[in-house]
Design a protein around this ligand. Structure first.
Ligand SMILES: [Zn+2]
Length: 392
């Protein structure tokens, strides 16, 4: 392997295709990343025992007299939320499903939300003020390079607020993203989601909710739904969240198969920048979110997906490398068929302004530049990763 010099060479995990540029990813001396190690450890897990533990936990929280819900399931309408709902119903739970509405809901996303209801559950959809939401989308893209910042917050705060207010202590989350995608060992072993987890791994990027107050006319009263309940409020109800992925072997593709068998609709082609048609199909802004991850760290959604499939033996690593080269990190000219111009218009941004923000957040050490240090782009605006052609 070539030496890593001056940040001009990026090392990739030799088992999957994840680059070492991913935050919190660690590649050990044998060249294997912590996400792969974490996945290998799953083979040691006694899943039968874990399921017993899950049942004991659920029994503890089941409403004895049917006067309240047994748990809250935060749902987006995606494949994983379908799986969570289907599993909880199978285990005899009476859940209340809660959605903190997404940024720019796609038609297929709406269809799938309606499909969750048809699984036979009560459902609350909480919609944040769209005028304020657009302002936050714009602000977060400019300030921290993440258009989806308000969504990352809303999907956590909304169910927790409802839990506190409706006196429903148990929240059933999906997987611990730190586990499958690679994160600090302590976080990967954690099976609960609390305020500390949210602040550390929820994707807030150092921008706090309170930082927005006073900017572009945003007031404290506009941020109620984005605000985490106080410790006191949570303690009164005893709100606790568990990751279902700790108790049941988690696999997004399996979840998609089960969801589809229950009426979940997939996109009719491979999603732009992705490798598949069954995930991240509810929000037109996701293409921009994923593209900024690529600009900052030189890997995108296609890499994430390739790694998941390689670890599960469904994709050969050499094929994964080719697929990543084909699909990862393309300029997001459209997402789910919606043109970029239309998505930007929504947040009052011109294409020119957008490209400037892209360039500002691009890590120039990870992409090929010309002799004057300007980013090299093809006619479609696509960048080239350094040592792109010699991934070993
Ligand atoms: Zn790996």
């Amino acid at each position: 392997m070539l030496p890593k010099e001056n940040g001009k060479f990026v090392r990739y995990c030799k088992k999957c295709v994840m680059p070492e540029t991913k935050p919190d990813l660690f590649i050990d001396d044998s060249g294997v990343c912590n996400a792969c190690c974490s996945y290998e450890q799953r083979k040691e897990v006694d899943w039968v025992q874990r399921k017993v533990e899950l049942m004991q936990l659920l029994d503890k929280y089941r409403s004895k007299d049917g006067s309240n819900y047994d748990c809250i399931i935060p749902v987006s309408g995606g494949k994983d939320s379908h799986y969570q709902v289907i599993k909880m119903l199978e285990l005899g739970m009476n859940p209340l499903c809660v959605t903190g509405s997404t940024d720019k809901l796609s038609d297929i996303g709406r269809y799938n939300i309606e499909n969750i209801k048809k699984l036979g559950v009560d459902y609350i959809e909480v919609t944040m003020n769209p005028v304020i939401r657009r302002k936050i989308n714009r602000l977060a893209l400019i300030q921290v390079g993440d258009i989806s910042w308000p969504e990352h917050i809303a999907i956590f705060t909304t169910p927790i607020r409802i839990a506190a207010q409706m006196n429903i202590p148990l929240i059933i989350w999906g997987e611990n993203s730190q586990n499958e995608y690679g994160g600090p060992a302590a976080a990967a072993g954690n099976n609960v989601l609390n305020r500390q987890w949210l602040e550390e791994f929820g994707g807030l990027l150092g921008l706090r909710v309170t930082d927005l107050v006073g900017q572009v006319g945003i007031k404290k009263k506009d941020m109620i739904l984005y605000t985490y309940p106080t410790d006191e409020e949570l303690k009164k109800v005893g709100v606790t969240g568990l990751f279902l992925g700790h108790y049941l072997p988690w696999d997004g593709y399996q979840n998609a198969l089960i969801a589809q068998a229950h009426g979940f609709k997939t996109y009719d082609k491979t999603v732009e920048g992705s490798l598949v048609n069954y995930e991240n199909i509810d929000n037109y802004q996701t293409g921009i979110h994923d593209y900024f991850k690529f600009l900052k760290f030189a890997f995108g959604r296609a890499t994430d997906l390739a790694c998941l499939h390689v670890r599960r033996g469904r994709l050969m690593r050499e094929d994964a490398i080719n697929l990543v080269k084909m699909h990862d990190g393309k300029f997001p000219a459209s997402y789910l068929g919606c043109p970029l111009g239309e998505i930007l218009e929504d947040i009052d941004m011109t294409m020119e302004e957008f490209v400037k923000i892209c360039d500002r957040f691009t890590n120039k050490k990870l992409f090929v530049c010309d002799s004057e240090g300007n980013l090299l782009k093809d006619k479609d605006g696509n960048l080239t990763k350094i040592n792109y052609d010699n991934v070993e």
